[in-house]
Every structure is written in structure tokens, then in C-alpha cells.
Write a protein that binds this ligand. Structure first.
Ligand code: ZN
Length: 151
């Protein structure tokens, strides 16, 4: 049973890497941020359209390893339509899940990222797009690097 679930999550990661969702530049984005992970070479730009408090559209472009790309793709699917407060709550859950493997409540297909905790050298790959998305929506418009991640 557990193996089936692990297989399902692996399939999800592979699918989102091969066919990333929302993998485009938003021409009318009103916020964006750039995220880099020098350890792995992951390099993405996150684009968002925010209306008041709600993330209306979110997309990404760039390149990197399978885990970072799948995480970015899952992120765009999960964050569309969320408020900034919901986004921060989800960020904290996903951050914890990637580092510890603990799944807190129903996070849908994002649960696929929990398996990354077994590969400590890849956790930064999975977290990177989330840092960039937060930086974009908070209007910091800066480049975030996993090297500033607090351990
Ligand atoms: Zn990577």
C-alpha cells in the first residue's frame, strides 16, 4: 500500500517535470521574483497577477532539475486563487513537509513533495520555487537564493 502511494507520488513528480503546468511568462504580471539554487543550478522566475489579496494567476519560467521544476509546477497549480494569507500558510506547511516528510492535513498533490526529505541535498531544489513565489507576491521583486535559507 505504502509502496503504491510512493509510486503515485513519484509519477506525479515525473509528470510535472515532463509537462510543467503554467510554464510561461505572464506578460501582464504585476509581480515577479527570481530564485536561484547555486548548489544545483536551479534558476527560475516566478510571475504572478495579484488582485487585492488574491493570487489570480501564477506562472514560472526557467530551468533546473526535475525536483525543482516539478515543485514549481505543483506550486502554480496550488496557489492559483489563494489569498496571501492562505499562501503563507501553505508555504509553511510545504516547507515543513519537504524538510521533515510530515504531511499536515490535506495538501492534495503537494504531498508528492514529502518524499524529498529523504534526499537532504535536494530539499533546497524543492523549496526554491516557494521562496521565489513568496518574494514575488510580497512585492519584494528581488532575487532569492537558497543560500540565504535559514537552516
Ligand atoms: Zn535542483
Amino acid at each position: 500500500m505504502f509502496d503504491d502511494l510512493a509510486d503515485l507520488y513519484q509519477q506525479l513528480i515525473l509528470d510535472h517535470n515532463q509537462s510543467p503546468r503554467n510554464f510561461l511568462m505572464l506578460p501582464d504580471a504585476d509581480c515577479r521574483a527570481h530564485g536561484i539554487n547555486p548548489n544545483c543550478g536551479d534558476n527560475y522566475t516566478l510571475y504572478a497577477k495579484v488582485d487585492g489579496d488574491v493570487v489570480k494567476e501564477i506562472s514560472f519560467q526557467g530551468s533546473g532539475c526535475a525536483i525543482s521544476k516539478a515543485s514549481a509546477s505543483l506550486l502554480t497549480v496550488s496557489l492559483k486563487g489563494k489569498t496571501k494569507v492562505e499562501m503563507k500558510t501553505l508555504f509553511d506547511k510545504v516547507h515543513d513537509m519537504i524538510l521533515t516528510g510530515n504531511i499536515d492535513g490535506d495538501v492534495g498533490s503537494l504531498a508528492a513533495l514529502a518524499g524529498v526529505h529523504k534526499f537532504p541535498e535536494r530539499t533546497k531544489c524543492a523549496i526554491l520555487p516557494w521562496h521565489a513565489a513568496m518574494a514575488a507576491v510580497e512585492g519584494r521583486g528581488e532575487t532569492v537564493s537558497t543560500e540565504t535559507e535559514k537552516e
